[in-house]
Design a protein around this ligand. Structure first.
Ligand SMILES: [Ca+2]
Ligand SMILES: [Ca+2]
Length: 254
């Protein structure tokens, strides 16, 4: 653990802009300030952004982003953070609306577009009973393009709302030694779990694509993310590699 802490405090090595480093699909567009808009505040939109360098799951990985879910508490639908090895590669997409560009309408709807094999963490801002959503905003862990979830996180607040016109601090980390995923939102752990991602999800593949998906439906919101830091380290080496640290602070929508 000490090694990782050392890494995180010493990763300010290189500086880049976010613009040249993501593949964009659908309604995704570059914004100023190292941000990428996933959806505009319009109905029936879908946007996806994938980081151009694959993630090696045999390495430690931690990213930090600011995420904006919109200003309208009555909006929709939300954003997912996804890691996948879909055969469509950087062109993989899921269904719009309640599936947030990641999943499919129902687990049995194999004909529908979804991203798989994959894992995702959804930040869901609209209740869809078919996906077992509560009526408040929530976070849920998903696998293999299935938007339905048995459990969720909402900070035990029945009025939990992330469509509040503020940027939210999002962190995702993967520890290959303990096979642990950890996700925090605004400093609170919203998901943590152990999973043999390489063997149980990705059938032995270690190189996978990661990024963000989002969509709107009948309801909408402006939704975007801004890169803060990315750290990846080969656990057999002492030197961090593939490190980005843009000078980004509290970018807001234009
Ligand atoms: Ca809300
Ligand atoms: Ca939903």
């Amino acid at each position: 653990m000490y090694r990782y802490l050392t890494l995180l405090f010493s990763l300010f090595v290189a500086s880049h802009t976010v613009n040249a480093q993501f593949e964009l699909i659908g309604d995704a567009e570059y914004m100023s300030g190292n941000c990428i808009r996933l959806t505009p505040d319009y109905q029936y939109r879908e946007g996806i952004a994938y980081y151009q360098t694959k993630l090696d799951l045999s390495n430690y990985f931690e990213i930090t982003f600011d995420i904006f879910f919109g200003a309208n508490d009555e909006g929709a639908d939300g954003i997912t953070f996804v890691i996948h090895d879909d055969p469509r590669g950087y062109e993989a997409f899921g269904t719009w609306g309640e599936c947030m560009g990641y999943g499919r309408w129902s687990p049995s709807a194999y004909w529908a577009n979804s991203i798989t094999p994959s894992i995702a963490v959804e930040f869901d801002t609209y209740q869809n009973p078919q996906q077992n959503d509560p009526w408040y905003d929530h976070v849920a862990y998903l696998e293999n393009g299935i938007s339905f979830h048995e459990s969720h996180w909402n900070n035990d607040e029945d009025d939990f709302n992330i469509e509040d016109n503020f940027l939210h601090d999002f962190r995702f980390s993967w520890n290959p030694e303990t096979q642990t995923i950890k996700v925090t939102l605004d400093g609170k752990v919203v998901h943590t779990g152990q999973r043999d991602l390489i063997n149980d999800i990705f059938e032995g593949s270690t190189k996978v694509i990661w990024g963000f998906t989002a969509s709107t439906g009948r309801k909408s919101n402006l939704q975007y993310f801004c890169l803060r830091t990315l750290a990846q380290q080969n656990t057999n080496e002492s030197t961090p590699e593939n490190i980005i640290s843009p000078s980004l602070k509290n970018a807001k929508a234009e």
